[in-house]
Ligand binder design. Structure first.
Ligand code: BEZ
Ligand code: FE
Length: 294
């Protein structure tokens, strides 16, 4: 393995993997080397460009910590997250489609009961969300665990806000709920609004160099788990949003777009009196049985 050149280097690297005992790792790295080298050949990558790429990845690592995941953001804006989600979550027709997870899910969110207000002080217009979780045959799924999370009216998730006096992040506009005997769930929260993904780091600089905006259309995140069904990670998007066709992370699917209906002040679905205009969203989810192929 000497005197390697433009024509022989790729095969030499691939041959060096022969001792790899992990078959899958061997397959993935062989393919990665082939594509990486093809990319460098096709673009005739210069040394300055190679250095810029190293500097970009270094900056992406430096800004990443337990609260900010710039590598996931990079995967999102390059469409890799949507590709990986799509090829791993093909579902039979009639099931609710999956979309990207995003970086703002946290474990340990509060548990709520039907019609509780999950906003916990997050700012935004009141919104009442109702729906049912069903199987493909229409059967209601009882006791499914729903986790919901969303941004406030300024476009911030709770984890992006400064911690409270005790140093802990207060859970706002996120929580867990269980479906009832009829598979139904309901909660009060705030109106979903469009927001820009974090764009004050290397990924934001890349977007602006590419002439792209950082905005996501208004949405609610859901993760739904039920025994015997594939876990569903998805969003519901607000119809009419100006960014539905230019989502910075390519996550929108038509079947996930729903109407948020505006109401005048009055009696809300939970029976309470609301003195300001409020919104309702009705959206049902259909889960894929575990082990079923598309
Ligand atoms: C989100 O919707 O929370 C999100 C998804 C991808 C990148 C940034 C944010
Ligand atoms: Fe989001």
């Amino acid at each position: 393995m000497r005197n390697l050149n433009e024509d022989t280097i790729t095969q030499a690297v691939i041959a060096s993997l022969n001792g790899c005992r992990d078959e899958r790792l061997h397959t993935v790295i062989t393919s990665l080397v082939q594509h990486l080298h093809s990319f460098a050949r096709e673009t005739k990558l210069t040394e300055a460009e190679w250095q810029a790429a190293i500097a970009f990845l270094t900056a992406t690592g430096h800004i990443t910590d337990d609260k900010r995941q710039e590598f996931i953001l990079l995967s999102d804006v390059l469409g890799l997250s949507t590709l990986v989600t799509a090829q791993n979550h093909a579902k039979p027709a009639g099931c609710t489609e999956a979309t990207v997870f995003g970086p703002f899910y946290v474990t340990g969110s509060p548990e709520y009961r039907s019609f509780d207000d999950i906003s916990n002080g997050a700012r935004g217009e009141p919104c009442f969300v109702r729906g049912q979780v069903r199987a493909l045959d229409g059967k209601a799924i009882t006791n499914a665990l729903l986790e919901v999370w969303q941004a406030d009216e300024d476009g911030h998730y709770d984890v992006q806000l400064p911690p409270g006096d005790n140093g802990a992040v207060e859970h706002r506009a996120r929580g867990k709920l269980r479906t009832d005997a009829d598979g139904r769930f309901a909660f009060r929260s705030i109106l979903a609004e469009p927001y820009p993904i974090p764009h004050d780091g290397p990924v934001g600089a890349l977007l602006s160099a590419l002439g792209r905006h950082p905005w996501r259309p208004a949405h609610l995140h859901f993760m739904i788990q039920a025994r015997g069904y594939e876990t569903l990670i998805t969003h519901v998007f607000r119809d009419g949003d100006r960014y539905l066709d230019s989502d910075a992370v390519f996550g929108v699917r038509s079947t996930l777009v729903a109407q948020w209906v505006r109401h005048r002040p009055g009696t809300a679905p939970d029976g309470s009196r609301v003195d300001v205009p409020y919104y309702t969203l009705d959206y049902d989810f259909v889960l894929n049985p575990q082990g079923s192929a598309a």
